[in-house]
Design a protein around this ligand. Structure first.
Ligand SMILES: Nc1ncnc2c1ncn2[C@@H]1O[C@@H](CSCCNC[C@@H]2Cc3ccc([N+](=O)[O-])cc3CN2)[C@@H](O)[C@H]1O
Length: 273
């Protein structure tokens, strides 16, 4: 594909994101039924279980965890914050970085109460749910910064954002497929974020299967490149990762709430070659 065409596709995606509404997005995806801690078939408990297992099964270690395309959410680092001394959050939009900063600085005005998430992950860790206040303090302690990122750039972060050795682990949830105009761009973006990771470092990747659009706010319809499992595996391999495990969640009818056309969610644990 011509360079101009690639740039046009990526630029068009950036325009789509100008209407992104963190509060609405959190409401759509991070409240019941998708985030129902009383149901073990709800999507968010499934995601938290995948992340807990992946962070605690003994092969993931190091100093620095980077969350790629954090959006306005924190759930993706609730297990990792117990394993890494430093956690770097990143997003393309200032409105999302502000949402994250409000929570980190314990300010009023957060658009979601993360307490049930903190309590749930404490339970996964065998701790009493009331330890959620300690987990919240731990997370606030290890988050070193909240910085801009663009996964379509060969160097997605500012030059001084990471130590020269790179990150020890990356986590990224629902970002790459939602910001890429096509499969080739998704695969290139995987390669770009792989460049942020030290050799043999781990990537924990959560994403949507079969999704062609989602609403990032009322009337803000954002195109998504629809992926299947085989394409995810092929893109990981092509961008220099060895797949360790792939898990798939298929959405039941009541999890399809009209905010997107996603059919499944994948969780991939991979290691950079
Ligand atoms: N160039 C860029 N580089 C990095 N990040 C970028 C860039 N452009 C935008 N961003 C940043 O990436 C975005 C991340 S949020 C993307 C939402 N993904 C789709 C949505 C999520 C979701 C959640 C939960 C469930 N479920 O089943 O439970 C399903 C689904 C499927 N729909 C956003 O933060 C934007 O700010």
């Amino acid at each position: 594909m011509e360079r101009k065409q690639k740039e046009n596709g990526v630029a068009a995606m950036a325009v789509c994101y100008q209407g992104f509404d963190p509060a609405a997005y959190l409401q759509y995806n991070y409240t019941a039924p998708r985030a129902d801690f009383g149901r073990n078939d709800s999507i968010v408990p499934w995601k938290l279980a995948c992340l807990h297992r992946a962070f605690t099964e003994g092969d993931v270690s190091g100093e620095l965890l980077v969350d790629i395309g954090s959006g306005p959410t924190l759930y993706q680092v609730l297990s990792g914050c117990e394993v890494f001394k430093k956690v770097l959050l990143t997003d393309f939009l200032e409105v999302n970085r502000q949402e994250l900063r409000r929570w980190v600085q314990d300010e009023k005005g957060c658009n979601l109460d993360w307490t049930p998430y903190l309590q749930h992950v404490c339970k996964l860790e065998g701790r009493r749910p009331s330890a959620w206040t300690e987990k919240a303090a731990k997370l606030r302690e290890v988050i070193t910064d909240i910085v801009p990122i663009d996964v379509h750039r060969p160097h997605p972060l500012a030059p001084d954002a990471l130590p020269s050795a790179g990150a020890d682990c990356l986590v990224s949830c629902f970002c790459l497929e939602s910001v890429s105009p096509d499969l080739a761009a998704f695969t290139r973006a995987l390669g770009h974020i792989g460049g942020l990771l030290r050799p043999r470092g781990h990537l924990l990747l959560i994403g949507a299967l079969g999704e062609s659009y989602y609403f990032g706010g009322p009337g803000v319809k954002i195109p998504v490149v629809p992926l299947n499992e085989a394409q995810v595996c092929a893109s990981l391999k092509e961008s220099g990762f060895t797949l360790i495990r792939l898990e798939v969640y298929t959405l039941s009818q009541d999890m399809r709430v009209g905010v997107d056309d996603v059919t499944g969610v994948f969780f991939a644990k991979a290691r950079k070659d």
